[in-house]
Design a protein around this ligand. Structure first.
Ligand code: SAH
Ligand code: SF4
Ligand code: F3S
Length: 482
């Protein structure tokens, strides 16, 4: 639909339409007028810089935000120093993410003193917290626009409002049941793309703030998802990553309910699509049907991100994860029996309130038994408003740090051993970019997500090629194209 809309033909003298997405196209047209004036005065188009600070869901939101800015007459820049419009798409899953935002705002304040016309906007998960917005209103008054996770589609309207009103615009929605489709997006890679299949989360793991800032679970209609992927494929995409906080519960709230396994079958049938990835899978909802679909698929990548969080059944209960250590291990066995060469990755939290040395050793035990290809390890971060924040027995920092270091070194040792298992075989690689380090080399990814560097021309980017894996370097391979 976006391609069919000629934004320049929209009459911005009339009242804005009430319905979406037409209303947003009206405001994009209005921003374009402003951008044209800016260009007349400055001899160049206004530049925008969108900084993504969160997970893949946030990254996908950032692509939509960039798409809206482009349609609104902005060109893109990577550096905040050059930008006339800076937008931070924030994350709040751990406290250090928040601290980073405050640090960078201090820096932006200085830049804005030099360039008073610079506009600063904040959005994303951190903005869904009332205390954060109150703090910014009070101590960071130079911020121009604040919005949340539920209304990113309104960016052009909020910019227009800021231009008309000349004061801070704040628009945060607590919840939404709306999914606004058909807005412009700008993809970071021409050949692969994330695709949202659902928004929000209903799991309320006791440490996690995501359900509070992303709202209740909402699945997109399968027809919309399939149509979006068809269009992406027609536009050169060969790999999609289906995104959701818990993809395994996809479809539960649809009018005609549907499972994730059924959705995958529909996506698999799309001609021209070569690879399907998805994240994240909650172990409690991973069905036998899904394992069966993975086993029989020619397109679903042999990689599963299956967050463990803790190996202690006692801690898992306190975390409200709703599986035990034994159930997790059984699930891994079942998956490996069906898809023997699957690469398994995970997330682990160290130092959850009340975690004892014995609990921690249970986590180490699972790590040794499963032998993950890689694991993201996190130090527990207390998030205000979550049940875990009110738990007694928060663990002293030095104890957590010592456990964290032990876990990290074990994870790294195992992953160096495991990741090399395909050495001296030929594998299909999707070429992703020019190699950062070696001139004349390119970098690509195996189906199991491992990186491969090999000699090749940048014209190969976006293509699937056969590569002999000469040598494993622990986390990546050096290879030779066949
Ligand atoms: N929906 C995904 C996780 C999204 S958040 C899932 O359930 O798997 C990504 C990771 O951040 C989580 O898997 C968890 O390991 C980590 N995380 C979440 N809240 C945290 C907290 N309060 N402290 C430390 N790590 C946390
Ligand atoms: Fe957070 Fe748990 Fe939801 Fe993942 S499943 S986003 S960890 S509450
Ligand atoms: Fe993602 Fe961070 Fe939000 S992990 S969902 S960007 S809190």
């Amino acid at each position: 639909m976006y391609n069919e809309i000629d934004i320049d033909k929209i009459d911005i003298k009339s009242e804005p339409p009430a319905e979406e997405p037409a209303r947003q196209y009206y405001f994009m047209a209005k921003c374009r007028e402003w951008a044209k004036d800016f260009e007349k005065q400055n001899g160049r188009a206004p530049q925008s810089c969108v900084v993504n600070m969160g997970c893949q869901m946030n990254a996908r939101d950032s692509e939509k935000l960039v798409g809206i800015l482009e349609a609104s007459g902005f060109t893109e820049t990577d550096t905040e120093e050059e930008a006339d419009f800076v937008l931070y798409n924030t994350c709040t899953v751990r406290d250090n993410a928040n601290q980073r935002v405050y640090g960078r705002l201090g820096y932006l304040k200085k830049m804005k003193q030099k360039n008073p016309n610079m506009m600063i906007a904040l959005c994303g998960c951190m903005m869904q917290e009332e205390t954060v917005v109150a703090k910014i209103r009070k101590s960071y008054r130079f911020v121009d626009i604040i919005f949340g996770t539920h209304n990113i589609f309104k960016l052009a309207e909020l910019i227009s409002e800021r231009m008309d009103e000349k004061k801070m615009v704040v628009d945060i929605w607590k919840e939404t049941d709306r999914i606004v489709e058909e807005l412009p997006t700008d993809r970071k890679y021409p050949f692969k793309s994330g695709v949202n299949i659902m928004f929000g989360c209903n799991n309320f793991c006791s440490y996690c703030i995501v359900p509070y800032v992303r709202g209740r679970e909402r699945s997109r209609n399968p027809q919309d998802i399939v149509e979006e992927i068809r269009r992406l494929v027609a536009d050169g995409v060969v790999e999609v990553m289906l995104l959701g906080q818990n993809v395994n519960s996809y479809g539960k709230n649809l009018e005609e309910s549907m499972t994730f396994a059924q959705l995958l079958k529909e996506v698999e049938a799309i001609d021209g699509l070569r690879r399907i990835r998805f994240m994240t899978s909650h172990p409690k909802d991973l069905s036998d049907d899904l394992i069966e679909v993975m086993k029989n698929s020619g397109k679903i990548c042999h990689h599963l991100h299956l967050p463990l969080q803790s190996g202690s059944s006692r801690v898992l209960k306190a975390m409200n994860r709703r599986y035990t250590k034994e159930q997790y291990l059984e699930l891994v066995e079942k998956i490996r029996a069906a898809v023997p060469d699957i690469s398994l990755t995970t997330d682990i939290i160290v130092g959850f309130p009340g975690e004892t040395e014995e609990d921690f050793l249970e986590t180490m035990d699972v790590v040794r038994k499963v032998r993950f290809d890689s694991a993201f390890t996190f130090i527990y971060s207390k998030r205000t408003g979550t049940p875990a924040a009110a738990m007694e027995e928060q663990i002293p920092e030095d104890v957590v740090k010592e456990r964290f270091d032990r876990l990290l070194s074990e994870v790294q040792k195992i992953s160096a051993e495991v990741c090399g298992r395909d050495a001296h075989t030929v594998k299909e690689v999707l070429v992703e970019e020019k190699d950062d380090h070696v001139e004349g080399f390119v970098t690509g990814r195996l189906d199991n997500n491992t990186i491969v560097h090999f000699k090749g021309d940048s014209a190969l980017i976006g293509q699937m090629v056969e590569v002999y894996l000469d040598e494993s370097k622990g986390f990546y391979y050096m290879g030779t194209m066949k």
